[in-house]
Ligand binder design. Structure first.
Ligand code: ADP
Ligand code: MG
Length: 288
């Protein structure tokens, strides 16, 4: 699909290793592990916000994190691209492996991690720049300057936004509707050829039509990418996710609250025959 030295597969995140993107289709129904999380947790200023999470994330799957507010979904998703590094007082415990390599290894460059593992946030946050420059920004910073016009177009097409903006690429990204802005942010993330896309409640600021567009897009994008999404919308998880992890909160002895992973399984199992009664209570709306 790509050529030259600018592709993800040529750029290890650990200079001493070959931690590279291996974006390629996986046979339907098969599972190839992208991330292995073992006993992971996060503390903020020493307080345990999330504890003992172990799970695997699979390639070309959409994986959803659900659970009540404050159970650590955002905290957890930030572990996958070292965004917690940017939060003062945050520390990540346990292991997060990306293709069998420690994401927190001492030779790993967090900037390279965030290129391979892109993120889209709750509130669309386009730069105060033109539509074109929003998408071109990442490639420019990373020196991917060859065929920039094609790269911008390809990214906007992948984000299902091209037809709506192709005649006004020089207009401000801020002039777009909320749903278009979020697709612009997705295009911006795709422009640097990531392997994984993390999305933390990407539709919570959008109306139902814009939400449906993003959900359709997730179905498309998982052919080429691995997607992890936080959502408070259970119907959305049921619609888009192959795998679902349900998180909850337990009370600590010091009175604080710590997020825990209750159950992780195929989405259908989580919603129709969960093994844990706490999951059942949540997905049937009796708790949460
Ligand atoms: N930047 C932060 N500094 C300190 N505590 C935080 C920070 N972000 C989240 N927390 C705490 O961690 C817990 C989990 O929060 P969060 O991951 O945002 O949950 P969720 O996304 O499931 O609503 C909460 O108790 C929250 O107050
Ligand atoms: Mg959150």
């Amino acid at each position: 699909m790509h050529s030259g030295t600018e592709t993800a597969s040529m750029t290890p995140i650990d200079e001493t290793s070959q931690m590279t993107s291996e974006r390629r289709p996986v046979a339907p129904g098969s599972r190839e592990t992208v991330f292995t999380v073992a006993d992971a947790g996060v503390t903020y200023s020493g307080k345990l916000a999330l504890a003992d999470v172990s799970l695997e994330i699979y390639r070309n799957h959409v994986t959803a994190f659900i659970g009540p507010s404050g159970c650590g979904k955002s905290t957890f998703i930030r572990c996958f691209n070292r965004m917690n590094d940017l939060i003062p007082g945050a520390a990540v415990l346990g292991k997060v492996l990306y293709q069998d390599e420690d994401l927190y290894g001492k030779n790993v460059d967090p900037v390279q991690v965030r290129r391979l593992i892109g993120m889209v946030f709750q509130k669309p946050n386009p730069f105060v720049k033109s539509i074109y420059e929003n998408v071109a920004y990442g490639p420019r910073v990373l020196g991917m300057k060859k065929d920039l016009d094609e790269r911008v177009e390809r990214s906007l097409r992948q984000a299902a936004l091209w037809d709506e903006v192709k005649d006004r690429l020089k207009s401000s990204g801020l002039g777009l509707s909320g749903g278009q802005q979020q697709r612009l942010c997705i295009a911006r993330a795709l422009a640097v050829e990531p392997d994984v896309l993390l999305m933390d409640e990407p539709c919570s600021a959008l109306d139902p039509i814009a939400t449906a567009k993003i959900e359709d897009l997730m179905h498309e994008l998982k052919q080429d990418y691995t997607i992890v999404i936080v959502t408070h919308n259970l119907q959305q998880a049921a619609r888009v996710a192959d795998m679902t992890a349900f998180f909850s909160v337990k009370l600590r002895e010091d009175g604080g609250r710590t997020g825990i992973l209750v159950e992780y399984d195929e989405t259908n199992t989580i919603f129709t025959r969960p093994k844990d009664e706490r999951t059942e209570g949540y997905v049937t709306g009796r708790f949460g």
